[in-house]
Design a protein around this ligand. Sequence first.
Ligand code: RRO
Length: 299
Amino acid sequence: MDIGSSVKLSGISLSNPLISGAYINSKTLEDIEILSKSSCGAIVVGSISLKPRSQNTGHGYWRHKERFYSLNSYGMPNGGMPYFKQKLPTIAKVAHANHKVLIANLVGFTPEEFIELIKLAQDSGVDLVELNLSCPNVWDDGKQKVILSYYPDLINELLKKILLTKPRIGIGLKLSPLPPNLLVEVSKIIAKSKTVKFVTATNSYPNALTSTGTKVEDEVIFAGLTGRALKPISLGMVKQLRALLPSSIDVVGCGGVSTANDVTDYLSVGATAVQIATALIEEGPSIFDKILFQGTTRF
Ligand code: RRO
């Protein structure tokens, strides 16, 4: 399997199937300038929320000493509408000048907030949006914000409201790791929504702890699990989604990708492309060159 060839994601050509996923260094114009110089096919900017958010206190990121997994609890720090209204058009221009597709990862706390953010992306020259239905680390006053992926009725309501606005931009959903029954239910909603062009599986597994603790501060105890340990779960979800969704909806693999073999694993179960995030933290943007030039030991 050739992982260096162009692919079409929701009708848009990527020079290769490697996408830099939303992570801690994909939130500013300067971050995107750096990622634009890498050899990925597309860049995700975000997560972007309506209001600016600062990082949860504490380190935000922990790695297992043998790198079996990582944990994060950043809490979605980003400049919000004030920053992105000004910078997103330039971010899109920078990505396009470097032949990268630009995907904006958006987080609303109500359907109306999602709709406002979709409009911002549309008006700023972004190519696709990815609605983040899966951020595990947002806590206000000690209470965790709802992780939409686990609430099919709320997803249904959100997609119906978005459809009424007749969005011009292709819309994707980034999901949490889901158990099989919920996955079937959510897939049915996505399949009949007429709103969704791609699904990314998966974001981090919520509310993880290590034996040494992941305590950030008293009210923020848990973190999202990513990296190698997540890959079998995300890979299984991609295969299930590919069987559950119509072929008009693409599936993007995400979880534990750091080698060419990881990429072929996802593509071989039906992913159109893959996102890389934890390995970007660990290895930096040269990860894309490493993957593209190392070749695979299978297929
Ligand atoms: O910022 C975060 O803590 C975060 C986000 Br928005 C997300 O979607 N997934 C994640 O693991 N961390």
